[in-house]
Design a protein around this ligand. Structure first.
Ligand code: DHB
Length: 390
């Protein structure tokens, strides 16, 4: 009698555990998406949210039998808020993946939470080289400023630009852009004669541009984050810098597809380097841009949307590889080494660095059918982040 009860108890325990497992398998797979939906970086949030929605509309909301649920939170791009929201998403909502991160300080603030909770963190926007080194659970689908800057520093001296002044936002990505552009230009026989830094929040470019005018370089090299480009461009041309013989060159963050059409004809001819242009002439990109614009009142996707779209692909493919099972380490393994054709071109998630390897394009602003576009005219293929030490 006693033996029978024991067997029954054991059977019940097995049932309970498999039942529990079945429940876990069918519970939704949760992505905690933290973005700046308001404040200075709100366009980044708007672009990425739209791209995430488009990905799900195109690819469904079920992966390997799991319903995918996105929990969107607005961090207003304040890192303390990002950290609190990530903590809540991990502890209370039990999200399987953290994603988004509009600016570098936000991504950095959450890195320790990803490490402690073994939650994969997909950086869709922030672009300081060192972010991926802040946690072994970080994977990036955006780009790095060294990737973009080095390409431009190779192009410039071959095109008559030897003496350059740089102007960057004074934080992680700006400092990366400044350093990698300067070192590479020097290697190529050019020189950065002055490195200027403007505050990230509410920058006033006027005094800096006046200084550039006095210094009279061949060109001004600029990095400012997405959303701030139009203001720099406007002031540059209003002050007649171009007429004074100073060219404007920049990373593609400045001639941001989100704002480019509103920058006016002054922008024509500006050369930039970046990983994504809405004008990229592949079939995959034409489809992406058309469907994105159709779903978003004609809003043109920018490089932030691209990072969000590919970030979703990386998450979906990882979940397919685990057969629908979550668990940070298995998912992370599924993210590492992915190779695919993105609307931006071919990309690869380097298994060692967890950073994205991709083409960097040189582009020039041109008018086509009455609209301004970043038209690609050269490509450097399969660029690894030059900022990685290993
Ligand atoms: C970062 C933010 C941006 O908007 C951008 O264009 C590049 C980098 C960042 O904070 O890392």
């Amino acid at each position: 009698m006693k033996k029978r009860t024991l067997i029954q108890a054991a059977a019940l325990a097995v049932l309970a555990s498999t039942g529990g497992l079945a429940l876990a398998q069918t519970a939704p797979f949760k992505i905690g998406l933290i973005l700046p939906m308001s404040g200075q970086q709100a366009t980044t949030g708007r672009q990425i949210e739209a791209a995430v929605k488009l990905w799900m509309a195109q690819n469904g909301d079920t992966v390997a039998g799991r319903k995918v649920q996105v929990v969107l939170k607005d961090d207003t791009s304040l890192p303390d808020v990002t950290r609190r929201l990530a903590q809540e998403l991990v502890v209370n909502d039990k999200v399987d993946v953290l994603a988004g991160f509009g600016i570098t300080p936000s991504a950095m603030a959450v890195a320790p939470i990803a490490t402690q909770s073994k939650t994969p963190l997909v950086v869709m926007a922030a672009a300081t080289s060192s972010i991926t080194e802040a946690s072994p659970y970080i994977v990036r689908t955006s780009f790095t400023l060294p990737q973009a800057s080095v390409a431009l520093a190779d192009w410039a001296p071959k095109n008559g630009i030897k003496k350059v002044v740089s102007l960057v936002s004074d934080y992680g990505p700006g400092i990366d852009a400044e350093k990698f552009f300067k070192e590479r230009l020097q290697l190529n026989g050019g020189q950065v004669t002055e490195s200027l830094r403007v505050p990230l929040r509410n920058p006033d470019f006027a005094p800096f541009l006046q200084k550039v005018r006095d210094l009279k370089p061949d060109a001004l090299f600029v990095f400012v984050p997405s959303g701030a480009g139009a203001a720099v461009m406007k002031q540059f041309f209003e002050r007649g810098m171009d007429k004074a013989g100073i060219k404007l060159i920049a990373t593609g963050d400045v001639t941001d597809d989100d704002q480019l059409n509103d920058m006016g004809d002054n922008a024509l001819g500006v050369v930039t380097s970046h990983h994504y242009s809405a004008a990229h002439p592949s079939a995959a990109n034409k489809k992406f841009v058309a469907e994105f614009q159709k779903a978003n009142k004609n809003m043109r996707p920018n490089f932030m949307a691209m990072g969000g779209y590919d970030g979703m692909r990386v998450i979906y493919e990882a979940l397919k590889k685990t057969g629908g099972k979550a668990g940070g380490d298995a998912l992370l393994a599924g993210m590492k080494g992915q190779i695919f054709e993105s609307p931006r071109g071919p990309v690869y998630i380097d298994a060692q660095t967890r950073d994205i390897v991709q083409n960097i394009y040189l582009r020039k602003v041109e008018k086509k059918d009455g609209q301004l576009w970043n038209v690609e005219f050269d490509v450097i293929k399969d660029v690894k982040d030059p900022g990685k030490t290993k």
